[in-house]
Design a protein around this ligand. Sequence first.
Ligand code: ZN
Length: 509
Amino acid sequence: MRPSWIPPVLTFALLSPVLALPHGGGDFCQRPPPSTVTVTSTTTLVPGYVKPTGPHQNDNPHQHDVPVYTRTGPDQHGVPTYTPASYSSTYTSESNYPTLPPYPVYNSTAVGPTGTAGPTEVPWPPVKTETSSVIPEPSSSSIEPVPSASCRPSAQYFDRVDKAPSVGTLRAAFLFVDFPDFPATTTVQDLFADYTTAPSALYKTMSYGKLTLEPVLIGDKFHRMPLNSADYNMSRGFSTEEHLKYINDGLTAVGDSASFENIDILYVLPPPEASTVTTSAATASNVTTPDNFVISNSITFGQDLYNTWGYKTLNHETGHTLGLPDLYPYDGRPTTTFAGGFDLMGLVAAQSPDFLAWHKWYLGWIEDSQVDCVIDAGSTTHRISPIEIASDTTKAIAIPLNETAYIFAEVRSKNGIDDEACGTGLLLYIADPAVERKSEPEGADLGSIRVIDTKPKSVGCGKTNDDSGVLNDAPLLLGESWDTELGIIVTVKEVDGDDYVVEVEKLSR
Ligand SMILES: [Zn+2]
């Protein structure tokens, strides 16, 4: 049931679950109500919306964690090669995709046009009513940001119930399996070395040393599955039941030869030769080990780990067990549509793979005190240090738009794991964990993270293969300013070493 104050037109955007995000109970946001706005009319959330006609990616998006690739034939080693599927010509780029407005802003006190009390959607684009007494000019005096804890999203979207630990030690069991039709020809020791050191180091850096991914090798051999690999249907489109059958067969194959005590997550890895096991996927279903421990998060890996994306696939999939969503659209548009090459939850091969500040806040890698919250109208100044650098300084600005959506700002640099980034500067995006993820043909996926393209006419940078780099130059540079048309204007006033000094003007509407 939807709360009575939410207009019906918006319920699909606000109330449907984002499966990869927590959905516990809890109060709504602790922060103060949104600034008062004047509502002059209502509008539909997606004017002119046309259902996408792109290819149907999958039945269960959360099993499908990398872009859709089409098998084009075995290479000289007999390993299938994959090329990105072509997208519908109707929606090959942002320019011909129906424009989706940014998230609506709500007034928690206004009287709607029908005379019913309660929040009402602000028209898009926002209408500034000259006769209104609630739209003053921005204050000329600077005000201090309010304490960031009051800006924290509600527990409904930001708790960590049932999620793998994101701080401390994350013990991951590496269970290698092979098949009658694809017996392993390598040793588990070689693979274990290749796929443990780098992912662990990546998380160590990304988390500023707060998360230790501790790999645990289950047995010292490949465990033989009872069925041929092809019989498990471990390519795109497999069901949860098929997924669990595969995992449970792997556990059974271990028998009582190993201990799963104190294991947080389970990885099941095939030999690189098993070409029919194509896709990596995470599941939050409980599985029971032979020695009767229950593991709540499991990941099965496919050839995309070995042949397409490399070890960061492990960080991406493990990101799901930590509670992070995919950032790429499920409706057939290009992988980089929402987040460009920022954050490996959007694109494993991202030019700037470090997690967004929004994610690091959720994971506990940056503290409430490192997020400046802008609630009140007026002009505020913020000094932001790059997300890639470990420090206790401010890492982000959070500007609430409504009960769940924020404008977020952070500095992306070439530091840390983003040393190959082509786009650096002050990155702006909209984060809304309440957005429903839709896969074609259900409708357009609005995305829970959407980078704001401050250079809409540019071709971007760092284009790789068919993944567009158009959003990669979205960050603002020194002297640049951006009017979000949501009553918020952001300007880079100064660059001091790695730090950016940022002014936020918030109109009271
Ligand atoms: Zn994923």
